[in-house]
Design a protein around this ligand. Sequence first.
Ligand SMILES: Cc1cc2nc3c(=O)[nH]c(=O)nc-3n(C[C@H](O)[C@H](O)[C@H](O)COP(=O)(O)OP(=O)(O)OC[C@H]3O[C@@H](n4cnc5c(N)ncnc54)[C@H](O)[C@@H]3O)c2cc1C
Length: 403
Amino acid sequence: MVIVIGGGPAGLMAAQRLAEAGHRVRLYEAQATVGRKFLVAGHGGFNLSNAAPDAAQFAGQYGAAAARFGGLLARFSAADLRAWAAALGIDTFVGTSGRIFPVAAHTPAAVLGAWRRRLDGLGVEINVRHRWLGFAGPRGLRLRDERTGTAFTAEPAAAVLALGGASWAKTGSDGAWAPVLRGIGVAVAPFAPANCGAAVAWSAFFRERVGRQPLKNIALAVNDGPAQRGELLLTDYGLEGTPVYALTPQVRAALAGGGPAFFHLHLKPDLPAAALLRKLQGPRGKASFAEFLKKTLHLGGPVPTLLREARPGAAALGPEALAQLISRVPLPIAGLRPLDEAISTAGGVALAEVDEHLMLRRRPGTYLAGEMLDWEAPTGGYLLQGCLATGAAVAAGIGPAPR
Ligand SMILES: Cc1cc2nc3c(=O)[nH]c(=O)nc-3n(C[C@H](O)[C@H](O)[C@H](O)COP(=O)(O)OP(=O)(O)OC[C@H]3O[C@@H](n4cnc5c(N)ncnc54)[C@H](O)[C@@H]3O)c2cc1C
């Protein structure tokens, strides 16, 4: 018998593949239901994977873990994920952004329901409200039935831990497992927020005046780093949106470095510098700053206030200085949003602690999958793809059940 702990996407995939390989599988989940974060993932678009065609570019999304993910994705690619979904009766499509979504009728609850039915059909035994507490000897797992408070020990042939990261604790991913693993000498990198908003110390005036407003078709960079394109949301605390989420590794590095940490925002990244300057050199006449920006560059909404916030006196700048400002609005970064609000978690069990099958080197027979490992990736389907690929990898590592 194999025990899987954690009923998130990584654990469910491991359980499915193990059962398909002939194992008797018992899954323990601390919460009252499985897949709570998977259900939350549906709130903001629910992308299952990404259609980025180039394998190296795809693996590159996993940053420092790219080499490891190159191998994992070769064995469980986006195409494999789509085939897996199709086998559950879930059709998928590629959106214009390259993200892979389930078709509209397939809400996260519908996907999870179909998945549960498949697991039931395979005979996977799911025990909710059972918390893993730690290890007991070389093969044993300590568990507690949360309904009765009874603790017990199980001795599976192999164990999969898929306990998630440390954000959105209310979904069950509380990171409480970290001290247990550190206790047996496993290196666990400190948790940090990934894919989250960033704080900018707006003036009280700006906060009140602007509130929440989108800025479309912008480019955003941290200090002099590479820019991310997309849509930003100005909020009362700072910035949100895909470009900011994708830049969280750079934000963390800039803040940790102790030096200056600025977002540089380009409000017209598609307009060549010379064309931008030419437009700003046109006559302003009696137009106000806001009217002029709107008329010449279609920059309306919060932009005039934003430019004044970043550079007091912006309205009086000449064309050259204004063109420079519009293509590089400096916004001082005050921090990142708290870990619990982050879409995903950086940090976790160091990849050096697991072998190519994601088995803990210090504890043969115990495998790790999903976000509890130390990797991060941007939004856009790369997170679930990574979790499912690691879930499939541990099942492949354990191999088929002995006959
Ligand atoms: C708001 C939001 C939107 C998202 N949108 C997307 C998206 O569109 N696309 C995408 O790819 N990703 C998205 N994600 C990320 C994705 O949901 C996660 O990366 C994924 O759920 C992580 O899977 P996991 O199996 O590793 O861990 P989790 O899903 O966190 O599951 C871990 C499970 O382990 C259980 N557990 C923990 N400790 C114990 C214990 N001691 N004993 C027993 N059980 C335990 C937990 O209760 C939990 O059920 C989103 C996340 C959030 C928060």
